[in-house]
Design a protein around this ligand. Structure first.
Ligand SMILES: Cc1cc2nc3c(=O)[nH]c(=O)nc-3n(C[C@H](O)[C@H](O)[C@H](O)COP(=O)(O)OP(=O)(O)OC[C@H]3O[C@@H](n4cnc5c(N)ncnc54)[C@H](O)[C@@H]3O)c2cc1C
Length: 408
């Protein structure tokens, strides 16, 4: 595809806004790519989010088979991607510098606190000691972001689910319309409960059923594959589906005591489940429960690049530069898969940006298509999980269960 005459020539100046896991990974990748200088902006002074997160093993896959090892995800990958696209991703992994690759291998082997990932990436960037990354601390507003763009600059918005620039990627007469560039599917409201347990607890699919036998509502559903025993302590995470009214009446974060005092029905279901774990394994909860209430949404930005500004001939800085969304800024998914998805898109984007001969319009379209495919992949997986969860919630009520079954 030929470039329009007024398409900007990209310089090597990159602004990455948001140093969460995805912005940090992208910065670390560009840091080791010739010809780029990165300014990384972050409003937080400390990485304090200590929740345990899991990264997918496909991030370090070295073959098509190991990329598609998850049985639900594997078929979706076959449906959406060409084998050559997966091969390209695997080849990119092999080009990742060894310091970064070692971290990815470590994280995708088990669980890790989110702030340990952030701190390790942040330290790696600093300790490499290269002059091509500058860190800037402070809140960046959308107007600041636009003002700092010079023709040919690249701007990457990795500011998370409340993306700074998502709404601005659609050309308007000055005022960005909230969520005009977002497609959102609300799946459910939930509380995510995490706790430490003093014994090994090996959760499996049938334990979800038997330990919930006396819980007709508010079933506590531990995330199988996310229960992690570190040799001394089990880290357990589970989800309880709640109503919109429950969600509205809860604070963003709370503990077990608050739940018992304010939502005794929800707490009883969870406590019954935990008591059964204790009966089996004779351990104790260590510390209190940590609970957050979250909407489980599947969303995507309809445009993850400033493609509509390209050649618009306006004075808007976006028409003379290249803007990309990555991470939760671009796509959000429930059920503990978003960091991996964000990392996958960050790897692809950094590979594309590194191809200096690529016309900008092609670069935009390739990144748009790739993120759309990743979205389809995660959409299918999330819908499957949600459907399975819906069936599980009704498992003891055959008529309600049948209503949820769509056969033919
Ligand atoms: C309870 C819970 C459990 C989870 N478990 C998992 C899991 O196991 N696995 C998984 O893959 N995902 C998990 N997730 C999701 C995961 O935490 C997010 O997908 C991930 O943090 C997104 O990374 P990000 O870098 O895109 O955005 P964020 O982590 O949101 O980072 C954005 C960064 O941008 C900064 N920022 C924002 N606005 C500005 C601004 N205007 N100026 C300057 N800086 C700014 C923020 O301070 C932040 O550091 C979980 C989420 C929750 C709520």
């Amino acid at each position: 595809m030929t470039e329009r005459p007024n398409a900007p020539q990209l310089s090597g100046r990159v602004h990455v806004i948001g140093a969460g896991p995805v912005g940090l990974l992208l910065t670390a990748l560009l840091q080791s790519t010739d010809g780029f200088s990165v300014r990384l902006y972050e409003k937080r002074r400390q990485y304090s989010r200590a929740r345990m997160v899991q990264l997918a093993s496909y991030l370090v896959a070295d073959s098509l088979d190991s990329y598609r090892v998850d049985h639900i995800d594997g078929e979706n990958i076959d449906a959406v991607f060409e084998p050559s696209e997966i091969d390209g991703g695997i080849a990119f992994r092999q080009s990742i510098p060894s310091d970064l690759s070692a971290l990815l291998h470590r994280w995708s082997a088990g669980f890790c606190p989110l702030n340990a990932i952030e701190s390790a990436l942040s330290d790696l960037i600093d300790e490499r000691g290269s002059a091509n990354v500058e860190r800037v601390v402070g809140v960046v507003e959308a107007t600041d972001a636009m003002a700092m763009l010079e023709p040919g600059d690249i701007m990457i918005d990795s500011t998370g689910s409340r993306s700074l620039l998502r709404d601005y990627l659609l050309p308007t007469n000055g005022v960005a319309e909230t969520d005009a560039n977002t497609s959102n599917i609300h799946l459910e409201y939930a509380i995510v409960v995490t706790f430490l347990y003093s014994q090994a607890y090996d959760c499996n699919e049938s334990c979800k059923y038997y330990k919930n036998a006396e819980n007709p509502r508010y079933k506590f559903i531990p995330a199988v594959g996310r229960v992690y025993y570190d040799g001394a302590v089990s880290h357990v995470t589970g989800i309880v589906n709640i109503t919109a009214e429950d969600y509205a009446a809860m604070p963003a974060k709370f503990d077990g005591e608050w739940l018992r005092a304010n939502f005794p029905h929800v707490a009883k279901s969870m406590d019954r489940f935990i008591d059964k774990i204790k009966d089996e394994t004779h351990g104790e909860i260590m510390g209190d429960l940590e609970i957050v209430r979250i909407p489980l949404n599947l969303y995507r930005a309809r445009n993850v690049t400033s493609r509509h500004w390209l050649g618009a001939g306006s004075d808007n800085p976006f028409s003379h530069s290249a803007v990309f969304l990555v991470g939760d800024s671009a796509i959000g998914s429930p059920y503990f898969q978003s960091i991996s998805l964000g990392f996958e898109c960050a790897m692809f984007l950094s590979g594309l940006i590194g191809r200096r001969d690529l016309p900008l319009r092609d670069l935009f379209e390739m990144y748009e298509l790739y993120t759309y495919k990743q979205w389809l992949r995660v959409y299918m997986r999330s819908k499957m999980i949600k459907h399975n969860k819906d069936l599980f919630e009704r498992i003891d009520d055959p008529l309600a269960l049948l209503e949820k079954l769509h056969i033919y």
